[in-house]
Design a protein around this ligand. Structure first.
Ligand SMILES: Cc1cc2nc3c(=O)[nH]c(=O)nc-3n(C[C@H](O)[C@H](O)[C@H](O)COP(=O)(O)O)c2cc1C
Length: 297
């Protein structure tokens, strides 16, 4: 009842673990699937190991979270074992989130992680020196997509930033370069200052805002992308309930990724699945009939 197909990949349900949350090891990604995720996206992986930004890296807010992790990861050579382990123990699709400073770096990561079922190119982390300069560069994003498409046979998604003048233009550049889908959105550039000390709290000062407060921005981005793009859109940003998931699908998302809410409760996938099923039954709709429905009224 909840099965979806996105860019040739089949998911048991449309709820996918977002990059950066539980995506560092095979065992944590397998646990997300056991708790109901239809698929997983790994932590973003680069060509070599990175430590990430100094602490504190995460600050919890009443309405979301600000993080400035800085893309810490073990590098693609070491991480490829986690993808192998995942695939030996789990049937759900695993998407490798990959990044790099130029097309050849990203291509190398994709080649090394070629056991993954698909790739999500991260050109949108707002607090990493590597991806920050890419997010608004249509030409460079196009070049990266073309290189990765040449290097792998599996579907290639591009994860877009909301911190740009036109997310639709960036989405179009990705589509024209051959991307199989876009993922919207990464975190919003944000910061927080301690009023007692007068000092910015995050080690990196600037971070990315996620969680329920960014959902209306994500819904708007998905809606705008759906109006123009022909490739599927995977929605992400602030989903905490089945209603949020339905809203994103109505705006045009073919599947949904969930990040911050999983940090609080990994059972969120099962809860949202149950709500989605009930909604579809009550409305007498098939899941695919939800996608973009808000554009038909
Ligand atoms: C702690 C943390 C780490 C993240 N790391 C990554 C990452 O490595 N790559 C990436 O593309 N997005 C990363 N994200 C962004 C999420 O994948 C997602 O796009 C964003 O948080 C919005 O969704 P959410 O509100 O459901 O969390 C991270 C988010 C958080 C909260």
């Amino acid at each position: 009842m909840l099965e979806v197909e996105v860019s040739g990949l089949k998911f048991e349900n449309p709820l996918i673990l977002a990059s950066g949350v539980l995506g560092m090891s095979a065992s944590s990604m397998i646990s997300a699937v056991k708790f109901g995720a239809g698929g997983v996206v790994t932590k973003s992986i680069g060509v070599r190991a990175r430590e990430g930004h100094p602490m504190p890296c995460v600050v919890e807010l009443p309405f979301g979270l600000i993080n400035a992790m800085g893309l810490p990861n073990p590098g693609c050579e070491e991480f490829k074992e986690e993808i192998k382990k995942f695939k030996e123990n789990c049937d759900a699709p695993i998407i490798a989130s990959i990044f790099g400073g130029d097309p050849s770096e990203v291509r190398e990561v994709a080649r090394t992680l070629r056991d993954a079922d698909g790739f999500e190119i991260n050109v949108s982390c707002p607090h990493s020196d590597v991806t920050k300069k890419l997010e608004d560069d249509e030409e460079m994003i196009g070049d990266i997509v073309r290189e990765v498409k040449k290097a792998v046979d599996s579907p290639v998604w591009v994860k877009l930033s909301p911190n740009v003048s036109s997310i639709v233009e960036i989405g179009l550049a990705a589509q024209e370069a051959g991307a199989d889908a876009v993922v919207a959105i990464n975190t919003l550039r944000a910061m927080i200052i301690d009023v007692e000390t007068g000092v910015p709290i995050l080690g990196n000062r600037i971070g990315g805002l996620s969680g329920s407060c960014i959902k209306p921005v994500a819904v708007r981005c998905i809606y705008e992308l759906y109006e123009t793009l022909e490739i599927p859109i995977i929605g992400v940003g602030g989903v905490t309930s089945w209603k949020d998931a339905v809203e994103m699908m109505l705006a045009g998302a073919s599947a949904i990724e969930i990040g911050t809410a999983v940090m609080k409760d990994v059972r969120i996938f099962e809860k949202i699945k149950a709500g989605l099923k009930e909604y579809l039954t009550k409305k007498n709709l098939k899941i695919e009939e939800l996608v973009g429905r808000a554009h038909r009224v």
